[in-house]
Design a protein around this ligand. Sequence first.
Ligand SMILES: Nc1ncnc2c1ncn2[C@@H]1O[C@H](COP(=O)(O)OP(=O)(O)OP(=O)(O)O)[C@@H](O)[C@H]1O
Ligand SMILES: [Mg+2]
Length: 349
Amino acid sequence: MWGKIFGKFSRFGHDLGVDLGTKNTLVYVEKRGIVINEPSVVAVNSRTTEILEIGREAKKMVGKTPGHIQTVKPLVDGVISDFEVTEKMLKYFIKKVHSENFSFIPRPRVIIGIPLDITEVEKKAVEDAAKSAGARRVYLVEEVMAAAIGARLPVLDATANMVVDIGGGTTDIAVISLGGVVSYKSLRFAGNELDNNIIEYIREEFNLLIGDQMAEAIKIQIGSAIPFDEPREMEVRGRDLINGLPKAITLSDTEIRSALSRTVNKIVENIKLTLETTPPELVSDIYERGIFLTGGGALLYGLDKLISEATKTPVVVVDDPLTCMARGTGILFANEKILEKVIVLPNIA
Ligand SMILES: Nc1ncnc2c1ncn2[C@@H]1O[C@H](COP(=O)(O)OP(=O)(O)OP(=O)(O)O)[C@@H](O)[C@H]1O
Ligand SMILES: [Mg+2]
């Protein structure tokens, strides 16, 4: 049956792997690699509903738009919140890939990642969005699974592959063995929540209002889970909430670390809870093989060390954690056998 469903999956060179993220959308094309890597943002003219910009160009407009332009982030907490805009964004990216090289080839088949713990309705929305964006056939794969495959973990073996994917909107913690997820926790917060922690801290301590992009820049430059070797500082500008005027302050890494700690600790606690619900044989594999961190949040300085200390387990940040999942779809294209085993609800037309 599977042979029939999948056909010669890898014969055409134009099938696509999509990482439809809260923060970033990546498209992998077989034999070419990642060809799209753009923010999941769309600028819409709210008078005419016309799409003005998509991706990087739209992101430049965030927080700077006049009344009739709206920048929409169509995914919230890992799931589609604005179906129409998601569909248009995907259509734009798929078209871009297609028109560059493959205009004469039929519509592509698409592997697309979904978070753990999403509802059937949310799953269906991802599938429908990909279909109406031009996919001939859609294959859903759990994002943690694709990321594990991207990190070249032996997901089909009878051993534990523990993956923690910290994205913009979701943190997925999973233990994979024999091609399936054995135990997991899916949290609807991740990098965006860390940014919010910074915004709140600065508002409460300094009566200063800063934007999302500034908060993210602070997190990336001076944010950490453990102290740096050398202290870091950053000058931050925003609007004084008392007199409404621009104001600059200097922040230290210590302050930001403490602002982030509540969310960071919640992630650590949930990793521990997941270990507690994992069968002992697998826990012993994890103890030996380690926990693999992926997604952009894995880049928070010292998070690997902190998790390692809290769980007494080795922790590895995968190579290039922001593209790991998309690269995993590429490996799936080349390995039908793995694809058959890890697919979620194949779309049998
Ligand atoms: N160097 C860094 N340090 C800390 N965080 C970082 C760093 N680089 C990127 N990030 C964060 O990683 C997050 C984006 O990661 P990623 O692209 O994996 O998310 P996503 O796949 O779009 O979201 P999701 O999987 O939740 O739908 C953002 O919150 C971003 O701020
Ligand atoms: Mg992601």
